[in-house]
Design a protein around this ligand. Structure first.
Ligand code: F0G
Length: 348
């Protein structure tokens, strides 16, 4: 069915008068990752990737945004407002365009990947650069919301409701919930949403395994980080809004929330692209870095047969060309001459 509101209507807070603002998001592939599994010392059929970068604007945010924007229209909003490290802004901008609403996005200065910025601009969002980080921008957004401006950050419960559908899809694809679910944690809305989805769907409960960047790991440290630092800009967040809910997801599921270094994130980013053919953005690779770190420390003990581990790859690699350009490239130039090209191939 077309889009997740129509597909999951009975499980979502929508009524007959709720308009459906959709770009046919959801229903993303769950693909096996045999090389990553082997690298983690697990059976080849154990590890699966949920490719959320294949949503309409290239990230999982579209799941929450279809519902948040539909409800904003139902409630008579004139515009939507969000703070963002980039993906929420891109998604809000697209769905607002579709709905004919204004869209204001608050972006931390100099910390938003180029593709995400391009999307927000292309869709006609009114971009406000904030002289501060994401946490500062979210504070402004919360202050500015109200009246006929709907806040569409994940503190909006409709965002969580939409995003929980990813857990339904994973359970359907595997025939049950996985044993472990790995994902990156920034503002902590997504880990909250997956856990809610698994609990509601009653096909089993995975251990929720959330990963923050080491320089932006407030939940791991147990205190806000005033100046979060990481090259994984999507999760450069020092004071997550859904902190308590993330702890609940961790503790109720018997999971954990850990930190991975930028070096480990970038190694996993490169590994996924080169060995699995999956190009995600750096922040998304925190889930794979987390898997490898957890496995290396003996977290899985003896992997049993039938083990199922799912990683959410939250965003598309094309959003962040600068990060890809920092990877070692096998690039050469050649004269526009067949003989020269043949020599080049021969020397390869
Ligand atoms: N991965 C990507 C690609 C993201 O864009 C985000 C969050 C996360 C992971 C973390 O998800 O916040 O639910 O824990 N991006 C937000 C944004 C903050 O503004 O686009 P979370």
């Amino acid at each position: 069915m077309a889009g997740l509101i129509r597909t999951w209507r009975s499980r979502l807070p929508v009524g007959p008068r709720t308009p459906v603002v959709t770009l046919h998001e959801g229903n993303t592939p769950l693909v096996p990752a045999p090389r990553l599994a082997r690298r983690a010392g697990l059976p080849e059929d154990a590890v699966w990737l949920k490719l959320e970068g294949l949503n309409p604007t290239g990230s999982f945010k579209d799941r929450g945004m279809t519902l948040a924007v539909s409800k904003a229209v139902e409630d008579g909003a004139k515009g939507v407002l969000c703070a963002s490290t980039g993906n929420t802004a891109a998604s809000a901008a697209a769905y607002a365009a579709r709905a004919g609403l204004r869209c204001v996005v608050l972006l931390p200065e100099g910390q938003v990947a180029l593709g995400k910025l391009a999307q927000a601009i292309a869709h006609g969002a009114e971009a406000v650069t904030v002289k501060g980080n994401f946490d500062d921008a979210l504070r402004l957004a919360r202050e500015g919301a109200g009246g006929r401006w709907a806040l569409v950050n994940s503190v909006n419960p409709f965002r969580i409701e939409g995003q929980k559908t990813a857990a339904f899809e994973v359970a359907d694809a595997l025939g049950r919930a996985p044993d472990y679910h790995f994902l990156p944690v920034g503002n902590a809305g997504n880990i909250t949403a997956y856990w809610k989805g698994y609990v509601e769907y009653r096909r089993g409960k995975p251990r929720m395994m959330g990963w923050q960047a080491a320089g932006a790991a407030p939940i791991v440290l147990g205190r806000p980080v005033p100046k979060p630092q990481t090259l994984a800009t999507a999760i450069r967040i020092g004071n997550p809004a859904s902190w308590k809910q993330a702890l609940a997801a961790r503790d109720e599921s018997g999971g954990r929330i850990g930190a991975v270094t930028d070096a480990a994130i970038f190694a996993a980013y490169r590994f996924l692209a080169r060995e699995e053919g999956v190009f995600c953005e750096p922040s998304s690779a925190a889930s794979a870095a987390g898997l490898l770190a957890f496995a290396a420390r003996g977290g899985f003990r003896k992997a049993r047969k039938g083990l199922r581990v799912v990683l959410t790859l939250t965003g598309n690699g094309l959003k962040d060309p600068a990060s890809a350009q920092a990877l070692p490239a096998k690039a050469r130039t050649c004269a526009a001459d067949p003989a020269a090209f043949k020599r080049l191939l021969g020397a390869a």
